[in-house]
Ligand binder design. Structure first.
Ligand code: HEM
Length: 191
């Protein structure tokens, strides 16, 4: 079962990224939050652009466009005073390979799973001093997070039942966590 494998084989990477963010134990300021959104944008924007062209999603009956998070990051960044033109130099240079469906699905597992943690983060942000912090990105699908996650899992399960590719999906999920983790680490300490 692909989801069981993904969860088990990425757990240590997930926990490392979560610990690196240190969201729940470090104080947040509007500067650090803006920088974090900028870093996420630098990863999500090029990654989502690559996923979009990895295959013909409508032919697979998968609404990738409806799951894009870059517009939500841009909305939060605009609220935080960062315009789109200020973001162009923020692209992550080392991305996971995203040239076929299994690679795209492994990466999407990470981006979609992040919406689960996003619910915890959104609740946490509401209680933080210095807010309100814009949370379009972390809140993502709002009350539809559960159904959207279930639907993604069902798509993944059905796809692998018909096409296989499990090992490549898991490898891509691991590569996504690794590249994101390295990118977040590289940004630490930036003003
Ligand atoms: C402080 C940061 C984070 C916290 C507190 C957090 C917390 C959580 C929680 C509570 C879940 C649900 C676990 C469950 O229902 O069994 C989850 C799942 C997940 N999170 Fe995170 N998360 C964080 C950051 C991230 C990030 C940055 C990513 C990726 C970009 C990510 C990717 C995932 C994935 C893929 C899952 C699904 C695991 C599965 O059930 O297969 N998380 N996270």
């Amino acid at each position: 079962m692909i989801l069981t494998r993904l969860r088990a084989e990425t757990r240590t990477r997930h926990d490392a990224v979560e610990a690196r963010l240190g969201f729940l134990d470090r104080p947040i300021t509007s500067d650090s939050y803006r920088e974090l959104l900028r870093q996420f944008w630098g990863f999500y924007e090029p990654v989502e652009a690559r996923i979009a062209t990895a295959t013909d999603w409508p032919a697979l009956e998968f609404d990738f466009n409806g799951r894009r998070k870059t517009p939500l990051l841009e909305r939060d960044l605009a609220t935080a005073g960062v315009g789109r033109e200020a973001l162009d130099k923020c692209h992550c240079p080392a991305l996971p390979p995203l040239t076929d469906v299994p690679q795209a699905l492994g990466c999407l597992y990470v981006l979609e799973g992040a919406t689960l943690g996003g619910q915890v983060i959104t609740r946490h942000l509401r209680g933080q001093p210095g807010g309100p912090y814009p949370t379009a990105f972390f809140a993502s699908y709002g009350e539809n997070v559960g159904p959207m996650w279930k639907a993604f899992g069902a798509f993944l399960t059905e796809y692998t039942a018909g096409h296989g590719g499990d090992d490549r999906i898991v490898a891509s999920a691991c590569a996504t966590f690794d590249t994101l983790g390295a990118w977040l680490a590289a940004g630490e300490g930036r003003p």
